[in-house]
Design a protein around this ligand. Sequence first.
Ligand code: SF4
Length: 227
Amino acid sequence: MYNLLDEGVREFIISIDSILYDIYSINRAISQSIFSNLMRNLDNLSEYINTEDLFISLNVVLTNSNYKWENISNILIFAMERNISQVKFQPVFDDGYLYQRAPQLLLTNKNLRQLKIIRRKIEALHLPSDFTNSIGFWSDLIKFLSGIKLNPLKCNVSENAVLLHKGVLKFCFWCQHINYGKINNNLTKSKVQTIRRKFDEDLSKCEVLPQCFCLQPIDHEWNLRKS
Ligand code: SF4
């Protein structure tokens, strides 16, 4: 960690689905000693957050093992006590990265009651909008798990992300309708603008799925139409 600071790294995004190993290890197959190291590193790093002007974000993947309010509030308190910049929640999806048990960890409509409790409790805390997801995120997640389709026209990835996947620059891993082309293609500014415009025009070809939440900014809400 110190080496990274010495080398000038100032932004850290760390996946912490729980501050308790018993819950964390249901989501991710790591040993207790690696988890303890992770927590120790996070503690050490947070001591530098003000002096070194760091941005530290905790990425919390919500599954049916960690989505209870007690776990959510523990993470928020942990982050606030250490002045951590941001806590970003996103629902689990099965892309093979999280863990082989991802299909069993998916959130479903059986989790709605707890999610509504979380939304109510977070709303009452009046947390800064750049610290954690908006109330709209929790409402969207509740709607999505209730079977309501979310509107892809509000997708923000053209403004905040470019991904390289198998040699192709993409808006996201799952968008099939357009990309920037191969990495060695000659891209001018006007070509990029044209491709972005086309992407935005055809966004209705996408369907919002659990994975679509992960690339959106922290204040993202799916419900509104793109203005
Ligand atoms: S698949 Fe989802 S995240 Fe990707 S571009 Fe479409 S709506 Fe956006």
